[in-house]
Design a protein around this ligand. Structure first.
Ligand code: F0G
Length: 456
């Protein structure tokens, strides 16, 4: 079987509705051509994100009833802590309301003015926290990650060891508080990092006394790709691969809303006691007691159960199969997408899709709006608008100008994905009619969330 069938059956359904086309045109206009500003009730199939949009299992729902809502020392926290310790091997776990809560703690503690944080491509919230604390993010991902159709590179998320070493030589290891390694790399297209690369990054970092911090938001997807693509791992379980991956890290931030298969949650984990104490004294200011960090007891229970479920090979195989199914349909129709197909989403290459629209007129943004008009399917821009502006106020014009079709976990069927593919192909056929956008309102930070646009 080329594509893994669902390793679950349906127990409860949520009805969907589809607006008529005229109303979709009105809805996207009201939203300022920003799919983030659409009302969810106007969306038919929601591929905005895989973050917090997961379907929980019956076990997880049962776990909600076991919530221990004590202000301090909740039973569910101990369950979550033990689960993270068992799966990842970290000593200390500081819960947070979601991933960026953990990024905030980590950046406030370790990032100082005039420090540099290397990473394998930026992520929006991660870089925002680093910069707000005076640090400078430096992209040390391999060059191929920025080329959308470089399909023969199986680990496009890898760190370029030479770029990393050059940075150390240039700014000095003492000015690099940690390297942030995303496993997988969201904005490169959900691309994985190989075990070999993690090993090399760890060795170089230890040589210079630099911490290795993972952004392990989608770590199970990364482990799956190691199993199916990297020599020597085919016979290892996902749990074994995960264990080895984390043996090359000193700590991690995680958004539980992805590979934790929950709707809310996150944590910062580490082995260093001093870092742990600093994090617990900050978490009480920003999130809550170190035994809940912004989550309810029931959230922590569902999170702990979700972390264990995500290690099941059939679960992760089906997840990645769905992404590959959609991606391959688009490739067959000649639609330009990022290759190889990644772990959580199919990414359309908006520059190749709409070559007549310059990047300054936001081709990915307008493409996401047009896909919604075509079909009621909601997608997301990940290009020039997401990249924002540098300290001088100039736009970054990233090489990758993408629209992300993000697949929520255990939510949609292969038939839904057929509908999505048809919608994209129909939009591709009328691509010449599509025109660019300009801002009517541009927020100063993370502008993609609430920015508004009109047609040029
Ligand atoms: N790191 C990565 C790689 C992410 O993809 C996200 C969130 C975060 C950190 C922040 O986590 O949202 O829980 O605060 N990504 C979402 C997305 C928003 O749609 O890609 P958070």
């Amino acid at each position: 079987m080329k594509y893994m069938p669902e390793p679950y059956k349906v127990k409860m359904v949520e009805p969907l509705r589809i607006l008529p086309k005229e109303e979709r045109i009105e809805a996207i206009k009201r939203a300022g051509y920003n799919t983030f500003l659409l009302n969810s009730r106007d969306v038919y199939i929601d591929l905005l994100t895989d973050s917090g949009t997961n379907a929980m299992s019956d076990r997880q729902w049962a776990g909600l009833m076991m919530g221990d809502e004590a202000y301090a020392g909740s039973e569910n926290f101990y369950h979550l802590q033990k689960t993270v310790q068992d799966i990842m091997g970290f000593k200390y776990v500081v819960p947070t309301h979601q991933g960026r809560g953990a990024e905030n703690l980590l950046s406030q503690i370790l990032v100082k003015p005039n420090t540099y944080i290397p990473g394998n491509m930026y992520f929006t919230t991660t870089r925002a926290h680093q910069e707000m604390n005076g640090g400078t993010f430096v992209d040390v991902i391999i060059d191929e990650a920025h080329i959308s159709d470089k399909e023969d590179v199986l680990f496009k998320g890898n760190i370029d060891i030479k770029k990393y070493e050059d940075l150390i030589n240039k700014v000095g290891a003492e000015n690099i508080p940690y390297i942030c390694v995303g496993v997988t790399v969201n904005l490169a297209g959900g691309q994985p990092v190989s075990m070999q690369n993690l090993r090399e990054v760890h060795a170089l970092s230890k040589k210079h006394g630099i911490r290795v911090m993972f952004d392990c938001t989608r770590y199970v997807e990364n482990a799956y790709f190691i199993k199916v693509r990297e020599k020597g791992y085919a016979d290892k379980s996902i749990a074994e691969i995960v264990k080895e991956m984390f043996s090359y890290a000193d700590g991690a931030t995680m958004s539980g809303k992805k590979d934790g298969i929950v709707n809310m949650g996150g944590f910062l984990a580490m082995n260093e006691e001093d870092l742990y104490f600093k994090a617990t004294s900050l978490v009480v200011v920003y999130e809550g007691m170190p035994s809940y960090g912004g989550m309810s007891g029931r959230d922590m229970e569902a999170f702990a159960i979700g972390l264990k479920e995500a290690l099941d090979f059939n679960y992760i195989k089906h997840r990645v199969s769905q992404v590959e199914y959609l991606g391959n349909k688009l490739i067959e129709a000649g639609v330009p997408i990022v290759r190889p197909i990644g772990g959580h989403a199919v990414f359309l290459d908006a520059r190749a899709f709409l070559p007549h629209i310059p990047q300054s007129e936001y081709p990915a943004q307008v493409l996401a709006a047009e896909i919604f008009i075509e079909s009621g399917v909601r997608t997301m821009e990940r290009g020039n608008i997401s990249a924002g502006r540098n300290k001088e106020g100039k736009e970054y014009f990233p090489k990758l100008e993408l629209v992300r079709l993000t697949i929520p976990r255990r939510v949609y069927s292969y038939a839904h994905l057929d509908y999505v593919a048809e919608a994209i192909i129909a939009t591709y056929k009328r691509r010449d009619e599509i025109k660019g956008l300009k801002f009517t309102y541009e927020p100063p930070v993370l502008r993609f969330f609430t920015g508004r646009f009109e047609h040029i």
